[in-house]
Design a protein around this ligand. Structure first.
Ligand code: ASP
Length: 363
């Protein structure tokens, strides 16, 4: 593990009256940036500058170690190698900390956080992603509240000493979401994320209110397992009125392609072009996994509800139910990375692995 800086925040102690320990993994994003007064552009702050904007970090009693990526990156540059680095860091440090906070740019946070939810199986400790819409150095930035509450959630325990939210989550602007249910919805407002098909796991107002019935707990105390093999041979094929056969063909004939997220209309419908179904059938016959994901934010794919989706089913396309594109794409990359057997791949994609979708009757 790289060298960490240690400082303390809040008065949180565990049952043994020891301070809780949280590892702050710093990947970059707006939260870590300050404005260059000469050029006006944003660039990564040094850790010293960052801490000077959050004096609470030094004056309280959760022990927080800081582990910055070198270099800090804009999340538009984050790729699966970075997901592996984040997941591996959590695995390497798992026994030394009570919880983890990952500071990350908002642009691709839902992808990274979804990926980690599949990479870290049987979590018993919180892994909370957060970031901000305004840089830490700006007076009315959302960075401080997001950071401090994320740390509080990562350290939170119930009366029996169990982590309140032992899942991969995103905390942003007063709400804590299951990571693999989130989407970045807003480039302007502080409320940057939403979870359209699953309620918030906790809300932060005057009180931090946890909704335990919505949270997944590792009841059998199974040991942490990591999945770090990723296959990037996937594509998102977004349907639109007027889509042409050569375009679909160019995607489905991509050399090495193994999985496709098919973004459809409404409850999972596609235009009834014969060539489309033939191309999809041909791809499925060549072993490519195709999963139907509605372009709607809310609601579920219901294959067979209309004839136009029944045809997709006949072509061998699987239902993604109410999953997000971020969760489906990252899950596909991981399932394909770990498996070669088509039946196992299909079965894993049709089963919620960590609460990433809800199965709807007839879907
Ligand atoms: N471009 C930035 C990033 O994703 C935006 C942000 O952090 O909000 O890293």
């Amino acid at each position: 593990m790289q060298d960490c800086e240690i400082f303390t925040i809040f008065a949180v102690v565990n049952q043994n009256h020891k301070a809780m320990r949280v590892l702050l993994i710093f990947t970059g994003g707006t939260i870590s940036m300050v404005r260059n007064p000469k050029t006006g552009s944003l660039h990564p702050a040094s850790m010293e500058t960052f801490k000077s904007y959050v004096p609470e970090l030094i004056s309280s009693e959760v022990e927080v170690d800081m582990l910055p990526f070198d270099p800090l990156i804009d999340s538009s540059d984050v790729n699966p190698d970075h997901w592996v680095k984040m997941a591996q860091t959590v695995v390497d440090c798992y026994d030394d900390y009570d919880g983890f906070v990952i500071l990350h740019g908002t642009d691709t946070m839902s992808y990274s956080a979804s990926a980690l939810s599949f990479m870290l199986e049987n979590l018993s400790k919180p892994v909370v992603f957060t970031g901000s819409q305004l840089p830490i150095g700006v007076l009315r930035s959302d960075a401080r509240e997001n950071l401090l509450t994320a740390i509080e959630i990562a350290a939170a325990r119930n009366a029996e000493g169990r982590a309140m939210v032992p899942e991969v989550t995103i905390y942003f602007e007063g709400r804590l979401f299951r990571a693999n249910r989130t989407t970045k919805k807003n480039a302007e407002q502080f409320e940057a994320f939403d979870s359209y098909n699953y309620p918030a796991l906790a809300k932060a107002g005057v009180h931090l209110t946890y909704r335990e019935h919505l949270i997944h707990y590792n009841e059998q105390n199974l040991p942490l397992r990591s999945h770090l093999k990723i296959d990037r041979n996937v594509a998102v094929l977004k349907l639109f009125p007027g889509i042409t056969a050569p375009l679909v063909q160019s995607i489905l004939q991509t050399p090495g392609l193994r999985g496709v997220v098919l973004e459809t209309f409404g409850s999972g419908n596609a235009p009834s072009y014969k060539w489309l179904y033939e191309q999809l059938r041909d791809a499925v016959d060549r072993g490519i996994i195709i999963v139907n994901k509605t372009q709607c934010s809310t609601g579920s794919v219901e294959m067979g509800r209309y004839e136009v989706s029944l045809n997709l089913m006949k072509a061998g396309v699987l239902s993604g139910y109410d999953i997000t594109t971020e969760a489906l794409l990252t899950k596909m990359m991981l399932v394909l990375g770990e498996n070669d057997d088509p039946d196992t791949i299909r079965q894993q994609l049709l089963t919620p692995l960590c609460g990433e979708f809800s199965v709807v009757e007839n879907a």
